[in-house]
Design a protein around this ligand. Structure first.
Ligand code: PRP
Length: 215
């Protein structure tokens, strides 16, 4: 029998990785090494199944997959939209559900209706720009932030924000609300375009098993 090469998975550090590993375990793919929380290792191997796993930051997962450093990746739809990488999106894993929204104080609602030139703060400038320019035909100034975006309207940096809303509690606790919904989000499985051809059998059978599990 020919020696199989390793299939490499890039997972998003944190909750998404834990959920992904739980799901993979349900279809018989385990990685004991990765469960050791004290380990400082970056790459984890399942020798028997010829699989490797590594953990990366969400926005970097599509990059690793596009370049072929990982064959398969799991990250949020938000990162896929923002990064615009050439990868195949093959599965909606159904967890990590949230929404990309325009949020702000109730008083900003009017600014959105009258197509005013407003300031929009976001960790997702590509998504924000696409929404305002191509869907709403509204010219706005986009300000890139790297986190705690809710501060934007509170301290007067921006009129509104484009951000992820999950439970809505961050907004509520800061006197902000959802003004418009841009799109629903969830964790997605992506595949490198060359790997999809060269490792077709293994990857397709994995997708099939996961699809059956997800129902
Ligand atoms: C995300 C997002 C919101 C919050 C939404 O931030 O940017 O701030 O979660 O969740 P909620 O609707 O359940 O309150 P994250 O915790 O990733 O940190 P960040 O603000 O540093 O981006």
């Amino acid at each position: 029998m020919k020696e199989e090469r390793y299939l490499t998975f890039a997972l998003t550090k944190g909750r998404l990785a834990n959920k992904t590993l739980e799901l993979l375990e349900e279809v018989g793919i385990t990685c004991e090494e990765i469960k050791d929380k004290d380990s400082r290792k970056l790459i984890f191997v399942n020798e028997e199944l010829k699989l490797k796993f590594f953990l990366a930051k969400g926005p970097d997962v599509p990059t690793y997959v596009e370049y072929g450093a990982a064959d398969i990746g799991v990250t949020g739809k938000d990162e896929l939209l923002e990064e615009g990488r050439r990868v195949y999106e093959v599965l909606d894993l159904g967890f990590g559900k949230c929404r990309m929204c325009v949020c702000g104080p109730a008083s900003a609602r009017e600014l959105l209706q009258h197509h005013e030139r407003i300031r929009v703060a976001s960790k997702y400038p590509v998504i924000a720009k696409d929404y305002f320019y191509n869907k709403k035909f509204q010219t706005v100034d986009i300000i890139k932030l790297n986190g705690s975006v809710e501060l934007g309207p509170i301290v007067g940096l921006s009129d509104v924000i484009v951000d992820i809303v999950e439970t809505g509690s961050t907004l509520r606790e800061n006197g902000l609300e959802v003004l418009e919904e841009i799109c629903p989000l969830s964790a997605r499985m992506i595949v490198n375009q060359v790997s999809m051809q060269m490792q077709q059998e293994r990857i397709k059978s994995l997708i099939l098993k996961l699809r059956q599990k997800l129902g």
